[in-house]
Design a protein around this ligand. Structure first.
Ligand SMILES: *[C@@H]1O[C@H](CO)[C@@H](O)[C@H](O)[C@H]1NC(C)=O
Ligand SMILES: [Zn+2]
Length: 503
């Protein structure tokens, strides 16, 4: 996930509050004939050792993204070599095409035997955020194993997925698996700094080839364990939308002058007042825009008194819940477009009235709003013609992906959860408040699901982009198992509803 991800996941705490539907899955199993016998997800002791050693090796390659366009290219090249070494079967299988895109990103096209089934895509990213040694129990790029955990930058975000996807495929291929449904695996190399050279290029390539996808599975949320005090069991949150973003520069120009005879107002004073107004005027609370209430009601029975009563009577308690959510800065991010003043620049000399003052504000846009709407609101709040607005960059929130019975991707995740994590009986669609590479693929599919099949505690959540990021060996093995089963489950005959159009 991108740097802002940490605050994102925080939503975990809130996820439940803002989005959620209990799903007691009927599953897709049995709906279509399975032509090949199912390959059990059982791995030998040797395979399990190889599995974790391969992950450690991946962690040891410091594929750090520093800034857009600025990454450790040596490490990225080395990583490309590394996956060829540890997953030889993937690279030599005749029905798998491998391409390097944007120099360091990887696209695998796995050709299924049944071309009538619409392909899907698994996403992950190779790059990681920087990790200074300070505060770590073991060096962040050591990949050391301690007390059942593998430590290191990227163990949760997101080399675990990169390696688990290829590992699961490798193990399937060794067992002579031939997929029926085609799929793509896209591994970006600059997700942490925009995805412009990786995901965007892969996406353009697929679009040029006319590819349409049944769905995409990317990182973005987890099986959340211990995030909600009144909910005593873990629940799987599948993010079905992602907030948008707007970086807006505010600028004020004034005639420069000497400080001995100052004007009534300076560029600094005008701009400071403007950003202060923005900070003190939160954008509207969007609780009530659809999704959350209905889902909270469905979830209500999972909570104990009095939360269950509150959630099942939102007609009465809605305003209360909405206000409570505003109070916590994490839940607040789920109910509205957030405003963060991130830069302020003005003045060059102690005795000169500066001609110009600039400030940058980062907005994270709620799925119920658009960039344009946010811009209008902001201009009205600032309400000062002397302030100019420059959009540095912006992207819209992602549309909400379907999570109903017909949603193939969502149902496949649910079905696989049931067999791999039978103890998890709550599956909730959520909003991802961070950014993922999947946003670059929105024109290829309507079903984008952000979900990592691993348990995450609040403490582990904080380690992402923080210190002592680690994954338990068990969690990692289970992730491989999940993908191993998921790929087989995806061979179902059930088709997404959109195919009806072709009739
Ligand atoms: C880049 O990666 C290489 C290994 O591939 C490593 O030796 C080097 O120290 C890294 N450079 C930085 C600046 O992290
Ligand atoms: Zn990530």
């Amino acid at each position: 996930m991108t740097r802002r991800y940490v605050s994102v996941l925080a939503l975990a705490a809130v996820l439940l509050l803002s989005i959620a539907t209990v799903s007691r899955s009927k599953g897709l199993g049995g709906k279509g004939p399975q032509r090949a016998p199912r390959i059990p997800s059982e791995f030998s002791p040797e395979e399990r050792v190889t599995m974790k050693e391969s992950l450690k090796g991946a962690i040891q390659i410091p594929t750090v993204s520093f800034n857009p366009g600025e990454y450790n290219t040596t490490a990225l090249a080395e990583f490309g070599q590394y996956i060829r070494e540890v997953f030889p079967t993937v690279f030599k299988t005749s029905f798998i095409q491998h391409e390097v895109v944007g120099e360091y990103s990887h696209l695998f096209t796995v050709q299924g035997s049944d071309p009538s089934l619409q392909p899907y895509m698994l996403l992950a990213h190779i790059d990681v955020v920087p990790a200074p040694d300070q505060g770590w129990e073991v060096p962040p790029f050591s990949g050391l194993e301690r007390d059942g955990f593998i430590y290191g930058r990227g163990t949760l975000d997101n080399k675990n997925s990169v390696m688990a996807i290829l590992q699961a495929l490798e193990l399937l291929l060794i067992r002579n698996y031939i997929p029926r449904r085609s799929f793509f695996i896209a591994l970006g190399h600059d997700e942490e700094v925009s995805g412009a050279n990786g995901a965007q290029k892969i996406s353009a390539l697929l679009q040029a080839r006319g590819v349409q996808l049944a769905f995409i599975v990317d990182e973005g949320s987890f099986i959340l364990d211990g995030f909600i005090p009144s909910l005593n069991k873990p629940f799987a949150m599948i993010s079905v939308s992602e907030k948008g973003s707007l970086n807006l520069m505010l600028q004020v120009n004034m005639t420069p002058g000497h400080s001995s005879a100052p004007p009534e107002e300076t560029s600094i004073g005008i701009l400071a007042a403007a950003v202060s107004r923005l900070e003190q005027t939160p954008l509207p609370n969007m609780f009530g825009s659809g999704l959350p209430e209905m889902m909270l009601q469905q979830l209500a029975t999972e909570f104990s008194f009095p939360v269950n009563i509150v959630f099942s009577n939102l007609w009465l308690f809605g305003p209360l819940v909405s206000r409570l959510m505003e109070r916590n800065y994490i839940t607040n991010a789920l109910v509205r477009t957030t405003t963060a003043i991130t830069m302020f620049k003005a003045g060059i000399k102690v005795n000169v009235i500066p001609p110009m003052a600039q400030s940058t504000v980062n907005f994270r846009i709620h799925p119920a709003q658009t960039v344009q709407e946010v811009l209008e609101l902001v201009k009205n709040i600032v309400a000062d013609d002397r302030v100019q607005f420059h959009v540095l960059n912006a992207f819209e929130p992602l549309p909400v992906s379907p999570s109903d019975d017909q949603a193939l991707g969502y149902q496949l995740i649910r079905q696989t959860l049931q067999s791999v994590f039978p103890e998890v009986n709550i599956v909730a669609p959520g909003i991802c408040i961070a950014q993922t590479d999947s946003r670059h693929y929105a024109h290829l599919t309507t079903g984008i699901y952000r979900f990592n099949p691993i348990y995450l505690t609040p403490q582990e959540f904080r380690s992402i982009h923080g210190i002592n990021e680690k994954i338990s060996v068990r969690n990692y093995e289970t992730q491989v198992k999940f993908i191993f089963e998921f790929i087989q489950n995806a061979d179902t005959d059930q088709e997404p509803v959109s195919h009806l159009h072709e009739l």
